[in-house]
Structure formats: structure tokens, C-alpha cells
Design a binder for this molecule. Structure first.
Ligand SMILES: Nc1ncnc2c1ncn2[C@@H]1O[C@H](COP(=O)(O)OP(=O)(O)O)[C@@H](O)[C@H]1O
Ligand SMILES: [Mg+2]
Length: 382
């Protein structure tokens, strides 16, 4: 019964297809609380069937933005459109939106079944319909068989699924989830991430998930908006954000990255050479922006883009550093090396272990060469 949601199935994703209209439009939304700007001029377009993540540290305005989408909070300026309709004058209960809150928000004294039925009962839906829909939902979240249990007789992950069933039973077009997995421990959280994706995939409802966990956003989302101090600083697919972060903050926020500060010494077309004093190296990079010689900037290089060898690389179109293996860690299919350059800087490198041999090729204190392609140097001017 798996249906692929429209945002993911198309050969061309919805956000790149000019013929597809966004389902949700956030236009210049700002929210002030007594002079404090919690949400600062946010523009956003989300497409039907997306699993969109809003990612940022605590206090950056994520919950406020969700509450504005749900209608619990009025924006100071700007507006929200859902399916083409202006939501400004539409109260929360009339919006095609439902919100799952930060805490589990299940009623402790009610059974699972009654928890899930609650919203429909309150609406006065016919009894038979309530029964069918609750049964459907419990099957969807794999809790058929748990209908008569009370929340305290469930695990954290199961309670979270009750909350999800309760939020979905009213068939919202958009589900807003505020840190849905924050209360679960790491292992359960990872498992539940996949469940959440499967469920969303089966029903095709647009999900907007707020999280402060970058791994979670990377795993779950079709696209991610990175938020900092009320503003969106980058919006893109997980791959785009990982490969092409717009600034140091985003680069550093997602996974491990080596950052080298330097000064542009030579520019030739898109290519340039950057003199990085701290690592005592001339780094090769490319940028689509025009960058003038003598500009100060940062070169970012992901650990997995760096080759580590005992012999110097034979191509001279690479950036090269020399150093010694300072530390190494074996993580199953991956080895992590921390290499100390001659200038004393530690550079992190990761390499896939392709051979199932117990013998390590590189050892502590080995002299090594680190090298990477010009495309692997990400130029950051902010
Ligand atoms: N009702 C409110 N009155 C005053 N300040 C608020 C209110 N709600 C949120 N804030 C402030 O707005 C900022 C953003 O809050 P919030 O949206 O909850 O952040 P997040 O969910 O990203 O942690 C915080 O500094 C918070 O203190
Ligand atoms: Mg919050």
C-alpha cells in the first residue's frame, strides 16, 4: 500500500518544477514580542507531500513559526497562504493543519483508542465512522492490538505514535510536528525517524518538522531550512546543505568539516589559489562568484573528500598537505584519521574500509600526504 508522496516521486522535485504551485507560502512573516523579534522576515514555499524540516538551535524561533502556521499566533507582519487561500483571518480549527506538540500530549487517563478518537468525537462524527477511522490509524502506526492500553502501559516510542495517530485521524492536509522525537533516547529516535518517514510516505500528508538535531533533519527531510536568530539562512535539500553550505555557521552545524582561513593570492576564471597560513599551504578552489585577489575567506573541506596516502599524490591539480597520523579510530566500515600537519594544525580525514582485512595500512606517527580535488574546497566568504 506504499504510495510515494508527490514531492519525492517526480523525476524533477516539486520545488524545481515551475509548473507545480507551492502548497504553503509564507510571505515576509515577522513576529515581535515586546520589541524582541522572534521570527524575522521569513519567506518559505513548501510543496504538497514534502517532509520539510526547520532546523535551528534553541530559541531561534522555530516553535513561534509553527504556531503562526497553525494559527495560534498572529504574525506582526506578513501572511500565510495554504492551498492558495490567505489564512490571516482563519482561526486554527478551520485551517487544514494540525499540530503535534513538543511533549507527547496524550491524555494519561484515556485508553489508546479513546485518545485517538478524541478529536473526531468532539467534532460529533458518527460512531461507526469514528470506529473505522481510529482502527485505520492504529494500523498505520502499528498499534492495533494496543487499543485498550493506557499511555503508562506503553513505551516512549509507542506513546509518540499514539500522539501521531491522534494528530492524523482528523486528516489534516498539513501536519506540524514540534520536536516530535526529542523525548526519545538515541536508538529509539533513529528507529522512529524511519517509522515517521514511512507513515508520511504512505499517507502523502505534508509534514513540517521542527528539530534542533541536524542528523535527524538530514535523515528525514526532503528539504531543510536552517534558522538562526529568527531568520532563514539557508534552504535546500540535505545534500545541497551538506555539500554547499552558505557560511561557516551552516558548514560547522552539519557534520564534521575542516575549516582553513586564508587569503586569495591568485584568481583565474572560476579558479583560485588561497594561501592558508595556519596550514602553510596553497589551497586550490573554485567559485561561481567573482572573488578579488587579497580577499580573506575560509575554505571548508569535508573529511571524506580528503585522500590520505603514504606517497605524495602524482597529480599537481590537487591541494596537498603533509603531516603525521596523530590519532586514528576504527569505526566498522569507516576509519577516522586525525592528522597533524607540519604547521601543527589537526585535520580530520575519513576513509571507507574496503578490505575486510584486520591489517591497517596506516599507523600512528606515519608520515602521510593529504590531498583533495579543487571541487572539494568549499569557498565561504561569510
Ligand atoms: N509568548 C512569548 N512572549 C515573549 N517572548 C516569546 C514568546 N514566545 C517565544 N518567545 C521568545 O521568542 C524566541 C523564540 O522562541 P521559540 O520560537 O520558542 O524558539 P525555539 O522553538 O526555536 O526554541 C525566544 O527567545 C523566546 O523566549
Ligand atoms: Mg521550540
Amino acid at each position: 500500500m506504499t504510495q510515494v508522496s508527490p514531492a519525492q516521486s517526480a523525476e524533477k522535485p516539486a520545488w524545481l518544477d515551475p509548473a507545480t504551485k507551492p502548497f504553503i507560502r509564507v510571505e515576509g512573516v515577522t513576529k515581535n514580542f515586546n520589541g524582541f523579534t522572534a521570527v524575522d522576515n521569513v519567506d518559505l514555499e513548501i510543496y504538497q507531500g514534502e517532509l520539510f524540516a526547520i532546523l535551528g538551535g534553541s530559541g531561534c524561533g522555530k516553535t513561534t513559526l509553527l504556531r503562526i502556521l497553525a494559527g495560534f499566533e498572529r504574525p506582526t507582519s506578513g501572511r500565510i497562504l495554504i492551498d492558495g487561500a490567505d489564512m490571516t483571518a482563519v482561526p486554527p480549527y478551520e485551517r487544514p493543519v494540525n499540530m503535534m506538540f513538543q511533549s507527547y500530549a496524550v491524555f494519561p487517563h484515556m485508553t489508546v483508542e479513546k485518545n485517538v478518537a478524541y478529536g473526531l468525537k468532539k467534532e460529533g462524527a458518527p460512531k461507526a465512522e469514528i470506529q473505522t477511522r481510529v482502527k485505520e490509524m492504529l494500523e498505520l502506526v502499528q498499534l492495533d492490538g494496543f487499543a485498550e492500553r493506557k499511555p503508562h502501559q506503553l513505551s516512549g516510542g509507542q506513546r509518540q505514535r499514539v500522539a501521531l495517530a491522534r494528530a492524523l485521524v482528523k486528516r489534516p492536509k498539513v501536519l506540524l510536528l514540534d520536536e516530535p522525537l526529542a523525548a526519545l533516547d538515541k536508538k529509539l529516535r533513529e528507529h522512529t525517524q524511519f517509522e515517521l518517514m514511512n507513515i508520511q510516505d504512505q499517507i502523502g500528508v505534508t509534514f513540517i518538522v521542527v528539530t534542533h538535531d541536524q542528523d535527524e533533519a538530514m535523515t528525514l527531510a526532503t528539504r531543510i531550512a536552517v534558522m538562526q536568530a529568527g531568520r532563514f539562512i539557508q534552504c535546500g535539500t540535505p545534500k545541497e546543505i551538506y555539500e554547499y553550505p552558505v557560511n561557516r555557521y551552516v558548514a560547522d552545524f552539519f557534520g564534521t568539516i575542516n575549516l582553513f582561513e586564508g587569503t586569495v593570492s591568485r584568481v583565474e576564471g572560476e579558479g583560485m589559489e588561497v594561501e592558508c597560513g595556519a596550514i602553510d599551504a596553497m589551497v586550490k578552489a573554485k567559485s561561481f562568484e567573482t572573488i578579488q585577489p587579497n580577499t580573506r575567506l575560509t575554505i571548508a573541506v569535508r573529511p571524506e573528500k580528503i585522500s590520505i596516502t603514504k606517497e605524495p599524490p602524482d597529480h599537481n591539480d590537487k591541494s596537498v598537505l603533509k603531516g603525521v597520523v596523530w590519532d586514528l579510530g576504527y569505526h566498522g566500515n569507516l576509519s577516522i584519521y586525525r592528522v597533524k600537519t607540519d604547521s601543527g594544525v589537526i585535520v580530520q580525514v575519513s576513509a571507507q574500509n574496503r578490505i575486510r582485512s584486520a591489517e591497517r595500512v596506516l599507523e600512528w606517527d606515519d608520515v602521510v600526504y593529504l590531498s583533495w580535488d579543487v571541487q572539494s574546497s568549499v569557498v565561504l566568504t561569510e
